[in-house]
Structure formats: structure tokens, C-alpha cells
Design a protein around this ligand. Structure first.
Ligand code: NDP
Ligand code: HSE
Length: 433
């Protein structure tokens, strides 16, 4: 007789609702592929009277997540409420009770992953988190399984659908706040969208990928993070005329010796690079393995259906593990390099785009160049577009490789020049070398 796995869903908003609808559509197909029937036994939400676009059987909806976990019928818990407080209790309680958990919650994993994975290990349950990074792109499976025989030397990722959507819409002429609103309406943004635009959501994701690939737990505070709110249409335009696109880019780079670079910041990337063409809500991840070389993964990084697809993938893995009694076939996280370290941003190097707003008079460029030279930073090109008004003009400098610490020092001195009128815009350039 075909076994049934009873699922308890905690959270049925954008993603949870998508999971219910997708299971209704493809549940029978999944059952025939997995040899296990999937049954949604309980669904916990906050407001039971809210109008919803999915149906559940009578008695399935509850507001008490504890009753979901304590229900002896329930074999698998799916956490889709978000946040790091109640969600942490949900996941920990389930794991401690020996029930495996599927989650899409990257903030929870970034801050409490170590503790959660330890709890899973202790109770013999498992934690599945494909939907936590890059929406519908199966990047966790790729790093954990497909690239198991590789050392990941470089990973570059566009990992926040909302930011990529906003940058794309700004390039098309929409202003920043209208683009944020649109991303919220589409269900892409976090409930607090500053998590997206300030780069934190993407930093949580790059931290999860770095931890998985390098086998030690990278903490959010170790990840240098910048968001996109200082990027203006002017920068998108100037970058374009220099042959670049601007993307919020996560970087994990391993040099031959020493600590790992793990960062999340906007970067100019060559317009003909494949990641420059990842637009709208799409995410793209380039992973370079020492055996396989460059590999690329692409798909929708946020939104109801894409994320539901990733949750279904985890549900599939979880039910197969339950069916075969093998919850540790693929451990959620293996600390295979527990002495790993993250390189402080000041010690990493980059090329830079610097946009200054300066008084239109002779000698300004000479003063800026002198400061850069004093800090051993070379200029590769200078652009001063004409036709700007208001007494000051933009001055764009493309700068050679320099340590971030040297650049920060130079910037401090440049800001003090009386001919520099507003806070400079500094964006790193990534050439994928
Ligand atoms: P929503 O805000 O749309 O949904 C949250 C759900 O959790 C709602 O159904 C809400 O109930 C329920 N909920 C909140 N608190 C409780 C509680 N105390 N007890 C029971 N239920 C509760 O969030 P999303 O679906 O967008 O996000 C869920 C998770 O997925 C987050 O971790 C998010 O980061 C992650 N994620 C989201 C993606 C996206 O594109 N949206 C993509 C990838 C990951 P009610 O409906 O009654 O308000
Ligand atoms: N807010 C997130 C994003 C959801 O836009 O990428 C997907 O993790």
C-alpha cells in the first residue's frame, strides 16, 4: 500500500498559499513519482478570517502552530511564516520533536542556522532549505549534491529578486519608490522591504551559500553589505555608457591562501557578461569549481510560484528520506572546514567607479588625482559629461585595483575638498577574474 506523509504547513501567505495551490495541481504527479502520497493535515495562519485564494478541507486551518507540531499524525513541518522569532520556535520545536522541517527562511538560517542544524543532527531529523536562496533556482541542491566533488573557488550571485527588479525598472525610467511598490505588489519583497533594498536579505543568502560551499558557518555580521538605495538613474546611465550594468552582486572568493571574501554590494559588471543580462525578478548564480570550471544557474528569484516550486522540491526530498528512513543521507550542513575565516572588507581589492559632483573650475581633477596617487590608486579613465546645470558637474573616474582600505582613506580626503559638492558615489567593478 502507498504510504502517506502528513504535512503540517505553518504560514500560508505568498509562498505557503503557492505551495497549497501547486500541491493541488501536481500532488498526484508527485505521489506517482515519489511513491508517497502527500497530505496537508494542518495549516497554521495568523488571521483565519482573511480572504484566501486557495481552499483547504474543513478543520485543517488553525491559528495555533504548536498544535501542528504536536499533532502525532504530522510527519513533516513546512515553516513559511518568516522572521526570526516565532519561526525559530516553530523550527526548533519541530526538530527537537524529531520532525523534519522544510523552510524558505534565509534570515532564520543566517542568524540561527548553526543551532538549528545542531538540533536536527541531535534528534535525527533533517532541515531542508532549497527555497531560502534564489527562489526557484535549485542552487542548494547544486552545491550540496551536484558539485560535491569540487572545491568552489568563486561564486558570484544576483540573489535578491526585488533589488534586481528595482534596478531593471529604474533603467526603464521608473523611480526608486515606485519600483519598490511594484515589487511589493508582485509579492517579491520581504514584509519589511528595507531587508531587500539595504542588501541584508541578499547577504543572508550569500552567507548560506558560502557556509555550504566552504564548510564553516559565516555569520551575517562578517559579511560586508551594501544595498542599492544610493544608486541613481544617473549612475545606471553613466555605467551603461562605459559598457557596464549595475547589479547587486554577492561574491564568495577563495584565494590560494588566507581567508574567504564573502560580500554583498552593488557592482558594475561588463555588459556582455552573462550575469549582466539577468533582469527583472530573475536571479543568476555563477559557480566556479576547481574540477568542473564555470557553471551557471538562472531562474526567478522571488515570487509565489517560483518559490513554491523550490519548497515542493524539498518536500520531495524529505518524503523520500522518510520513506527510506535515511534522514542523514545528505546532511543539511556539514562543517568540513571548521577553521575557516572571512576576510575583512578593508583587506579585499577591487576596481572602482567613482562619481563626484564638483565645481566646474580648473584644478579640481588635479586635486582628486593627487589624493588618489597618495593612496597608490591609479586612474584608468575619466569622464566629464557636459550639459549639467546648477554650478556643479559630474566627474566620473574609473579606478584600477586597490585595497578597499586604501580607497576608504582616499575617499575621506576627497570628501573634504571644497570643490566636491555632494557625497561621492563609489561602486566597485567586478571583472570575474
Ligand atoms: P507572507 O507574509 O506572505 O506570509 C506569511 C504567512 O505566515 C501568512 O500566512 C501569515 O498568516 C502566517 N503567519 C505569520 N505569523 C504567524 C503565526 N504566529 N502563526 C501562524 N501563522 C503565522 O510571507 P511570504 O510567504 O512572502 O514569506 C514566507 C517566507 O518565505 C519568509 O521567510 C520569506 O523570507 C521566504 N521567502 C519569500 C519569498 C517571496 O518571494 N515572497 C521567496 C523566497 C523565500 P496570515 O496569512 O493570516 O497573515
Ligand atoms: N525578498 C526576496 C527577494 C524573496 O526579493 O529576493 C526571495 O528570497
Amino acid at each position: 500500500m502507498t504510504r502517506t506523509v502528513n504535512i503540517g504547513l505553518v504560514g500560508a501567505g505568498t509562498v505557503g498559499g503557492g505551495v497549497l495551490k501547486a500541491l493541488r495541481r501536481n500532488g498526484a504527479l508527485m505521489a506517482s513519482r515519489l511513491g508517497v502520497r502527500l497530505h496537508i493535515a494542518q495549516v497554521a495562519v495568523r488571521s483565519p478570517k482573511k480572504k484566501r485564494d486557495f481552499k483547504v478541507a474543513k478543520g485543517v486551518l488553525t491559528t495555533n502552530w504548536k498544535s501542528v507540531i504536536n499533532d502525532p499524525k504530522i510527519d513533516l513541518v513546512v515553516e513559511l511564516i518568516g522572521g526570526t522569532t516565532i519561526a525559530k520556535d516553530v523550527v526548533l520545536t519541530a526538530l527537537k520533536a524529531g520532525k523534519s522541517v522544510v523552510t524558505a527562511n534565509k534570515a532564520l538560517l543566517a542568524f540561527h542556522g548553526e543551532k538549528l542544524f545542531a538540533a536536527a543532527e541531535k534528534s535525527g531529523a533533517n532541515l531542508y532549505y532549497e527555497a531560502s536562496v534564489a527562489g526557484g533556482v535549485p542552487i542548494i541542491k547544486v552545491i550540496r549534491e551536484a558539485l560535491v566533488g569540487n572545491r568552489v573557488t568563486h561564486l558570484y550571485g544576483i540573489l535578491n529578486g526585488t533589488c534586481n527588479f528595482i534596478l531593471t525598472k529604474m533603467k526603464e525610467g521608473l523611480d526608486f519608490s515606485a519600483a519598490v511598490k511594484l515589487a511589493q505588489q508582485q509579492g517579491y519583497a520581504e514584509s519589511d522591504p528595507s531587508l531587500d533594498v539595504d542588501g541584508h536579505d541578499a547577504a543572508h543568502k550569500v552567507g548560506i551559500l558560502a557556509s555550504l560551499a566552504h564548510g564553516f558557518w559565516v555569520k551575517p555580521k562578517e559579511i560586508y553589505t551594501e544595498g542599492i538605495s544610493h544608486i541613481t538613474p544617473l549612475d545606471l546611465e553613466f555605467a551603461g555608457s562605459l559598457g557596464y550594468a549595475i547589479k547587486l552582486l554577492g561574491i564568495v572568493k577563495k584565494s590560494k591562501k588566507g581567508p574567504l571574501q564573502v560580500s554583498m554590494y552593488p557592482a558594475l559588471i561588463p555588459r556582455d557578461h552573462v550575469l549582466a543580462n539577468v533582469s527583472d525578478v530573475y536571479n543568476g548564480v555563477l559557480v566556479r569549481g576547481d574540477v568542473v570550471g564555470d557553471t551557471l544557474y538562472y531562474g526567478q528569484g522571488a515570487g509565489r510560484d517560483a518559490t513554491a516550486g523550490a519548497v515542493l522540491s524539498d518536500i520531495g526530498d524529505a518524503v523520500l528520506d522518510l520513506k527510506h528512513g535515511s534522514t542523514d543521507r545528505l546532511k543539511a550542513f556539514t562543517p568540513h572546514e571548521s577553521n575557516g575565516e572571512v576576510r575583512p572588507i578593508g583587506e579585499t581589492t577591487a576596481c572602482y567607479y567613482m562619481r563626484l559632483s564638483v565645481l566646474d573650475r580648473p584644478g579640481v581633477l588635479a586635486k582628486v588625482s593627487a589624493i588618489l596617487a597618495k593612496n597608490k590608486i591609479g586612474i584608468s579613465s575619466v569622464m566629464q559629461p557636459e550639459g549639467h546645470e546648477g554650478g556643479s558637474v559630474p566627474l566620473i573616474l574609473m579606478l584600477h585595483y586597490a585595497k578597499n582600505a586604501a580607497m576608504a582613506k582616499a575617499l575621506k580626503a576627497i570628501v573634504k575638498l571644497s570643490s566636491v559638492k555632494t557625497k561621492p558615489v563609489l561602486i566597485r567593478v567586478e571583472n570575474f577574474g
